[in-house]
Design a protein around this ligand. Structure first.
Ligand code: NA7
Length: 539
């Protein structure tokens, strides 16, 4: 196409996970020509790549699903409240096929960069396949946890055995860990899920832990048929209802008493009830206050200690350094008990740090652990990482990576000043990763395409947020983060502390899903006062 006058298509969607699939479908529904690009060979996004043993969702599958299509809700059945990775990926393929979007996606193709063609008001997208596509709207549905973090350990490549990352677990062959000596680095959600599965087959498991995490029961098990029937009766009401909650889930179990109203015995009673009902984090209506949070943290630590036989190991598996929720808590029904098996051993890195990887295994300051396999469950360059990994230039050739040099800035989590018609679902400064990502994907994609429809109806070629709107949003994000015990003081991937050299900035909007949704739609209803509208003649 002649990039100056005619785009190749209306919309390019990058990524085919929860947000990407729904974006492709929505674009088609609205009569827009769309092309999708996906680096993997199939749909799924996070649920494609994280194919490690034990990978599953720890948000309940009643909520962690699409609700835009009644038939999809009625036809799909989950085998467990916490669905496993292969099942979630199959589900995403099922939806993508049902929606007829598979044919729109070019697989095994990474988008490497995009530049705004200011005169035409179009985006030119470049792919790893050498293709260039010019479009009017660019949706980067690249996920929040899709850019693996380098382990940052010396001589990683020197290992003579097999090495795997949980975030890119082989899918073209079975990884056989039977009878092998396996070392696992990392005890975040991925490590916590993988370690028990690895211990089932390996002859020896050595876990290298730098920071202990909170681990609470999953609440998994068979789906409650009555609850499923309730969801299927009126999916659109459920969808709307979820957008009116704090976390975007339906219906969240939680305590109905206030911590501040109860005496010691009453608090203990509520905590036990919540623990046994798998909602200990929401034991009280005021669970977010520092006092309630402290009691919840102490209660979980005690329950964790009780599950591990060896006192030295138990003491080190419990997170004493941060309050519950300061960083992403983990959920498992089997993780802690795994350490009661004689072939599983914990290495506490604060006492004996890893010095380097050697051909024979992992070398700490204390000894060399000889291993056949090393599993890196070392996490991600979260939220801003996937966007930063692309080369994006906006108005005046300004680079996204320069604009984000001190941490991500945007408005409402979805758009950046200087980058008209570029949309970022699932990214930083939205309720991403702390609310239900499936609900968020639908809400953000709806908002993006409602914005596009508004532009078309009003004869405006493009919009982007005002710089002041971004300042306001940064303040809002910080304001709510301050209310969360430990959010700003605990090192975590929420605030960039997990990646050496990454600017520290709290990257999740904690004002709740309801407020977020309302703030987005207030912009639309008022004609986008927080944005700069590009004049028709400029395009
Ligand atoms: P996380 O939660 O970032 O966990 C990564 C783990 O790896 C964590 O325990 C880190 O310790 C550890 N780590 C990272 N680098 C090193 C090095 N160099 N040495 C030792 N240990 C290291 O990632 P996950 O994949 O588990 O989970 C990501 C999210 O996916 C999860 O929260 C859910 O939302 C789904 P640290 O804590 O930094 O001391």
């Amino acid at each position: 196409a002649n990039a100056a006058t005619r785009p190749d298509c209306d919309v390019v969607v990058v990524g085919a996970g929860f947000a990407g699939i729904y974006a492709l479908w929505t674009a088609r529904q609205r009569g827009l020509g769309v092309r999708g690009f996906e680096s993997a060979s199939d749909v799924g996004g996070t649920w494609y790549w994280n194919a490690y043993p034990g990978a599953r969702c720890d948000v309940d599958s009643y909520s962690y699903a699409y609700f835009f299509d009644n038939e999809v809700v009625r036809e799909w059945s989950w085998s467990d409240i916490c669905a496993q990775q292969p099942e979630i990926q199959n589900y995403l393929r099922f939806v993508a096929e049902r929606c007829g979007v598979i044919g729109d996606i070019t697989f095994e193709t990474r988008v490497t960069g995009a530049e705004y063609l200011e005169e035409a008001g179009f985006w030119r997208v470049r792919t790893s396949g050498g293709e260039e596509v010019v479009c009017r709207y660019l949706v980067l549905a690249v996920g929040a946890l899709s850019q693996p973090k380098a382990p940052g350990i010396e001589d990683v490549d020197s290992f003579a055995g097999e090495a795997y990352f949980t975030s890119t677990w082989p899918r073209d062959r079975e990884v056989d860990l039977r009878g092998k000596r396996v070392g696992v680095i990392g005890t975040g959600s991925s490590g916590v899920q993988a370690i028990p599965e690895i211990a089932r087959v390996a002859s020896e498991v050595v876990v290298f832990q730098r920071t202990a995490n909170f681990v609470t029961p999953t609440g998994g098990g068979p789906m409650d048929p009555e609850k499923v029937a309730g969801l299927r009766r009126d999916p659109q009401a459920v969808r709307q209802g979820m957008r009116e909650t704090y976390g975007g889930t339906y219906p969240p179990s939680m305590g109905d008493r206030r911590f501040s109203d109860l005496d010691e015995a009453g608090r203990e009673r509520e905590l036990w009830k919540a623990w046994e009902g798998d909602y200990v984090q929401l034991a009280f209506l005021d669970a977010h206050t520092p006092e309630a949070n402290e009691a919840i943290s102490a209660f979980i630590r005690q329950r964790m200690l009780e599950q591990v036989n060896d006192p030295w190991t138990a003491e080190r598996l419990v997170p004493w350094d941060h309050p519950y929720g300061g960083k992403r808590p983990c959920r498992s029904d089997v993780y802690l008990q795994t350490y009661n098996q004689p072939h599983v051993r914990l290495v506490h890195l604060p006492d004996t740090p890893i010095e380097r990887i050697a051909p024979e295994g992992i070398v700490t300051t204390e000894q060399t652990f000889e291993l056949d396999v090393i599993v890196y469950a070392t996490g991600f360059d979260a939220l801003s990482g996937p966007v930063r990994a692309m080369n994006i230039t906006g108005i005046d050739g300004v680079r996204m990576n320069d604009v984000w040099a001190d941490g991500p800035v945007n408005y409402l989590g979805t758009m950046v000043h200087g980058f008209p018609n570029l949309f970022l679902p699932s990214s930083a400064m939205s309720p991403s990763v702390l609310s239900n990502m499936a609900t968020l994907a639908e809400q953000q994609v709806d908002f993006i395409f409602d914005t596009v429809a508004w532009l078309e109806e009003n004869g405006r070629p493009a919009l982007h947020p005002r710089a002041e709107s971004q300042d306001f949003w940064a303040d809002e994000t910080l304001r709510y983060a301050k209310r969360v015990p430990g959010a700003l003081t605990t090192d975590s991937w929420y605030n960039g502390a997990n990646v050496p050299g990454k600017p520290r900035r709290y990257m999740v909007y904690r004002g709740g899903f309801k407020r977020y949704n309302e703030t987005c739609y207030a912009e639309l209803e008022n004609g986008f006062p927080g944005y700069e509208l590009i004049a028709p003649e400029a395009a």
